[in-house]
Design a protein around this ligand. Structure first.
Ligand code: ZN
Length: 608
């Protein structure tokens, strides 16, 4: 356990934080039986196998094997160390944690994140104030009005204005005595290059004469900024650089406002620009987000999957839609989200479209929108036509997206459709696709084999598939069952310890886990989560979560039977070993005898 978060504080955080609540922030959970189920945020899946147990305060994914308690979840999700995760949870639940016992490095890392959040917050206040209360902000106010932005949208999204000039923000923070090097880490100011021909050393404002869009995370904290010019100068948009808080391939704009409605409607609209998003909100479509100048990444998709199962991508030209669809089709297919694409009529953007046709018509268009593959097919036909040349081009456009479909049923259905579309033989389409796959393989893009564990929820699943650590013998399975029983039916612990059942264990990891369970048994309802905190080894924590989360129905009789079966099989194994030794002695097979005796010695050693 990390030394610098006091033990009693960890206890307090653990007892206050609720894993279902914390996980629900980012994963859409549904209650099934005793557990909650959702799509795993840590691997690609279409059928939920990510399981959270409220009573035991643990999670486990039957797909990728991620598991642990609320601390493990936050650490994995936010990429934090244990103390950072503890601090984050403490803050969330209003628990004060003293900092004096931290090492300077740890204090710095935690202190820095907090400071950067604070700097961003103050910068938002600065930009908002300039926009609404200063003469410098007049031109920005006029601009926003011209674009038809309503006041409640401007205020609701905390829009601001970075005035003309190189050091407005530099001076603002300098007056507050916040070190420039720290502000620089927020990306808001930039160090001057000494070799450059600029007049002086020091720092200058990154955002100048731009409308400012603060980017919030789902916990309503400001992680970064976007800025748009008021005229046609370039770059039109400027975003914060990557900072300890801001990662554009993991962040989307507007989710803090959209998350509720996304969950209610199970639908999220994804637009390209800040103003597109604000227009949607202004027209009452508040389940929308914008990507921040990047195409959709797998991280975006996983993040958004926690809020909606249906994605509607909104583009203002065929070309943009096709590009995005081609780029992201394998992400969509792999992540198993229902993706639709709307292309607005030529000459319209979301704002002008909504103004002219209203939100009802927009939502109706969304309802009729095509999926990714049908969209690409239709677009290819539209673009190339049905001449022989055209058909060849259609096939050339479609082969890569078809090859990217990982689901074999979906792929063969679309191949059939494509063949029908251009009226050629299916095998010809298949041939094209095989070439694409072969090229991909040559390029070294080998796919990591994902073990498709069928989600048998509520059943204890075999562990460690394929990593070679599992003992093939039958009693290893029995050992796992016994550990699962100890975790799920603590009444049996007395029997286990009284009869020294763990002494029969072959698998050292399971034996060690069993030892920890006996040592750490406690009467609280959250004992499994406590145990996870107590166990140091990451692999052991995963195993504990996986075995504890099952919903086997244990009763005293069943448990006793399992114990008897285990003891019997171990004794039988021992006996058969003795018999083998006897036979080897009789046949004077010294080599075999030596081997068997060594085996016996090892067993005896284990029993001691
Ligand atoms: Zn998983």
């Amino acid at each position: 356990m990390a030394i610098f978060v006091p033990e009693e504080k960890i206890f307090e955080i653990k007892n206050t934080a609720d894993i279902v609540e914390v996980v629900s922030e980012t994963v859409l959970l549904k209650k099934t039986g005793k557990n909650y189920l959702g799509l795993c945020p840590f691997h690609s899946e279409k059928t939920p196998s990510f399981t959270v147990n409220s009573e035991k305060q643990i999670f486990y994914c039957f797909g990728c094997g991620a598991g642990g308690n609320v601390f493990s979840f936050v650490m994995k999700q936010e990429n934090l160390s244990f103390p950072e995760a503890a601090h984050m949870l403490a803050r969330r639940y209003g628990i004060e944690v003293p900092t004096q016992t931290m090492s300077p490095q740890q204090k710095k890392s935690i202190g820095e994140r907090d400071s950067l959040f604070e700097i961003n917050k103050q910068a938002v206040a600065f930009f908002c104030n300039v926009l609404s209360n200063s003469t410098a902000g007049e031109k920005a106010r006029v601009y926003l009005k011209k674009r038809g932005m309503a006041e409640d949208i401007v205020n609701g999204f905390n829009l601001g204005y970075a005035p003309v000039g190189w050091d407005n923000l530099v001076n603002f923070f300098s007056k507050k005595r916040i070190p420039e090097v720290l502000v620089e880490k927020s990306g808001l100011i930039v160090a001057r290059n000494k070799n450059h021909t600029q007049r002086k050393n020091g720092f200058y404002d990154r955002f100048r004469d731009r409308i400012i869009f603060p980017v919030f995370d789902v916990s309503m904290r400001v992680i970064g900024f976007g800025g748009r010019v008021l005229d046609d100068s370039l770059p039109k948009y400027l975003n914060s650089p990557e900072t300890p808080l801001y990662n554009k391939s993991r962040s989307v704009y507007g989710l803090h406002k959209a998350k509720q409605k996304c969950r209610e409607t199970n639908t999220v609209y994804i637009v390209e620009g800040y103003f597109d998003l604000l227009s949607l909100f202004q027209h009452g479509i508040s389940n929308a987000v914008a990507t921040l100048g990047t195409s959709l990444t797998v991280e975006h998709v996983r993040l958004l999957k926690g809020y909606a199962g249906r994605f509607v991508l909104v583009y203002d030209s065929d070309e943009a839609g096709i590009k995005a669809a081609q780029r992201s089709i394998d992400i969509f297919m792999k992540e198993g989200v229902d993706v639709r694409i709307i292309v607005l009529p030529e000459g319209y953007d979301p704002d002008s479209y909504l103004l002219e046709f209203g939100s009802g018509s927009f939502e109706k268009a969304a309802g009729n929108a095509l999926g990714v593959m049908p969209f690409l097919m239709k677009s290819a036909v539209k673009k190339h036509g049905f001449s022989i040349e055209g058909k060849i081009n259609i096939m050339s456009d479609l082969k890569a997206p078809l090859a990217a479909i990982s689901d074999s049923v979906a792929r063969s259905l679309y191949i059939k459709k494509a063949a029908e579309l251009i009226d050629i033989d299916e095998t010809a389409v298949l041939e094209k696709i095989r070439n694409v796959s072969a090229e991909k393989k040559v390029a070294g893009k080998k796919r990591v084999s994902n073990f498709n564990v069928s989600p048998i929820h509520g059943k204890t699943m075999p562990l460690n598939r394929g990593n070679g650590k599992v003992h093939p013998a039958n009693w290893s399975r029995l050992e796992k069952q016994i550990i699962a029983m100890m975790l799920q039916f603590p009444k049996i612990l007395y029997e286990i310890s009284n009869r020294n059942i763990l002494e029969y264990f072959e698998n050292d990891t399971l034996k060690s886990i069993g030892g920890s369970i006996l040592k750490y048994k406690s009467g609280t309802g959250r004992q499994v989560s406590d145990l996870v905190s107590f166990v140091q080894d990451k692999e052991q924590r995963r195993i504990i979560a996986s075995l504890a989360i099952g919903e086997d129905c244990w009763d005293n009789d069943g448990c006793m039977k399992l114990i008897e079966q285990f003891v019997y099989s171990r004794n039988r194994n021992k006996n058969s070993l003795l018999q083998k030794i006897k036979a080897a002695e009789e046949s004077h097979d010294n080599e075999l005898l030596l081997k068997l005796l060594t085996e016996k010695q090892i067993q005896a050693g284990k029993k001691r």
